[in-house]
Design a protein around this ligand. Structure first.
Ligand code: ADP
Ligand code: GLC
Length: 482
């Protein structure tokens, strides 16, 4: 049996702020059980979903040396849908009502987490062949492994994969403090290892020390080797191009299933999607307080409200859209204050056309995916993006900017060849976006049959983990056979 340990700062169903949680919580279930024993390790945050607390069982405790600090680490264990989860407990580090606080606290918190993960292995009696790390929060796992832990025979055969879900967040802080926090030797804070633009950089450390770097779509893998997409690390990404793999995420097709989803007003399949969507659309319009109108073009968004997701483009043309088209918008999200405020302003001004829910709600998210005609995702950059795939699964047509994973998963509608699963635009420009939204609106209104054919094609796409899980198994095997 090959042993894989997935290390992540969030995973569904325990704790989620974004797509990383969906991936860490679903990929392990789709790796072949007969061949691979995949387990997951997470921090035990005070803010995790409290309903799981009774299921966590204490395994052991030990103390983690972080330079002059000696910190308690408890290990708890649970099982969810057949996968074993471990939790690192420390009430000082993992307090608060969000997994992430300010970066200064976070760099220490995740240094602790990374070291605790490695120290836990002999205690939990699970010596993995491969540790699969995710995002900057786990960047120090390969670093600690190769600098400190390799001196111990127990750890010597362990290989690492570092997955980048978002290059924008790198976990950067000044070198002096990080040396003090981690106790890592001064010799590795150099430009070819942990240092980047004068700072210590966890994501860079992960990328330098891991055996393989993975990211979540082939297009994003290419993007991060360029100065435009590399967020300052394009040189390193180009240099490690031979060890860099882009594998598109899957979605959990059980959780997101229009035939069984408990949040929906009526279930539907590809065959009765047109009728089923009408019912759901009516229910959503009613529940969010928009006039119930069947023929209006209902556009949904479920998103972190950040620059990455293209909200500055939306701010630029939203009023023009609301006043010149028969559209309604339903937006669900939290994030930057300026975008929350912008949405609330337009909601007040056009209450019959826009409904904004500032907050986090699984149920509302599912209802928006299931009920809207179109799903807007005009991202500035997008490593993979799960929302557009979820939307397509419910026959909700994505309108996206052609970047990263959006480019790899949405095929633009071609009216001459009757092809395509969505609509897209290339330049990061508000009027290019508006132009494409108007085009989609025309097809929706005037070419019903074509619109329904796009819905059908979108729903028939296979966005499950099936294909991608096999690619991860191959990566694990390459490392194990090395
Ligand atoms: P990212 O990870 O960059 O935020 P993804 O598209 O990969 O983007 O994943 C976002 C995930 O988070 C999706 O499952 C989406 O439905 C969910 N999500 C985002 N915002 C909210 C919200 N306010 N309420 C509920 N779910 C949300
Ligand atoms: C990140 C990216 C998103 C991706 C997700 C899961 O949050 O922004 O594009 O889908 O990670 O990999």
């Amino acid at each position: 049996m090959k042993k894989i340990l997935m290390v992540s700062s969030e995973a569904v169903p325990y704790i989620k702020t974004g797509g990383l949680a969906d991936v860490a919580g679903s990929l392990p279930r789709y790796i072949k059980r007969e061949e691979y024993d995949v387990r997951v390790i997470l921090p035990k945050y005070a803010c995790m979903d409290q309903c799981f607390l009774p299921e966590l069982h204490f395994v052991c405790h030990f103390y983690v040396n972080l330079n002059w600090r000696k910190q308690y680490a408890g290990i708890l264990k649970s099982e969810y849908k057949g996968v074993t989860y471990y939790f690192v407990d420390n009430e000082f580090y993992f307090a608060g009502n969000s997994p992430y606080n300010n970066i200064y606290e976070d760099v220490e918190k995740f240094a602790f987490f990374s070291k605790a993960v490695l120290m836990a292995l002999p205690y939990i009696d699970f010596c993995p062949d491969v540790i699969h790390c995710n995002d900057w929060q786990t960047g120090l796992v390969p670093v600690f492994l190769k600098t400190e832990f390799y001196q111990d025979n127990y750890y010597i055969g362990i290989k690492t994969i570092f997955s980048i879900h978002n290059m924008k967040f790198q976990g950067r802080w000044n070198v002096r403090d990080i040396m003090d926090i981690t106790g890592l030797p001064a010799g590795i804070f150099t430009a070819d290892k942990l240092e980047s633009y004068g700072e210590a950089n966890y994501l860079k450390g992960g990328c330098v020390y891991a055996d393989i770097i993975a990211t979540v779509s082939p297009s994003y893998a290419a993007d991060i080797t360029t100065p435009e997409g590399g967020e300052g690390l394009d040189g390193l990404m180009s240099a490690r191009r031979d060890s860099l793999y882009g594998i598109v995420n899957g979605i959990d097709t059980d959780d997101f299933n229009p035939m069984t989803d408990a949040a929906m007003a009526e279930h539907f399949s590809v065959k009765d999607a047109v009728k089923g969507k009408k019912e759901n659309k009516r229910a959503l319009q009613q529940s969010v307080g928009l006039p119930v109108k069947e023929d209006v073009f209902l556009i949904g968004m479920v998103s972190r409200l950040t620059e990455q997701k293209g909200f500055d483009l939306l701010a630029y043309v939203l009023e023009e859209m609301l006043t010149t088209m028969r559209v309604q918008f339903v937006v669900l999200g939290t994030g930057e204050y300026r975008f929350e405020e912008m949405l609330q302003y337009f909601q007040k001004k056009y209450p019959d056309k826009l409904s904004a829910y500032i907050g986090y709600s699984e149920e509302k998210a599912h209802q928006i995916y299931a009920s809207c005609d179109a799903f807007l995702m005009p991202s500035l950059f997008e490593p993979c993006g799960l929302s557009q795939m979820i939307a397509m699964r419910y026959g909700t047509i994505p309108i996206v900017r052609e970047t990263g994973g959006l480019k790899d998963t949405v095929e633009p509608y071609n009216e001459f060849e009757n092809k395509g699963t969505g609509f897209s635009f290339e330049a990061y420009n508000a009027h290019d976006m508006l132009y494409v939204i108007r085009y989609a609106y025309r097809v929706f209104k005037e070419q019903k049959k074509q619109w329904e054919a796009i819905m059908k094609r979108a729903m028939e796409q296979d966005f499950s983990w099936n294909a991608s899980a096999i690619k991860y198994e191959k990566l694990y095997d390459t490392l194990i056979e090395k």
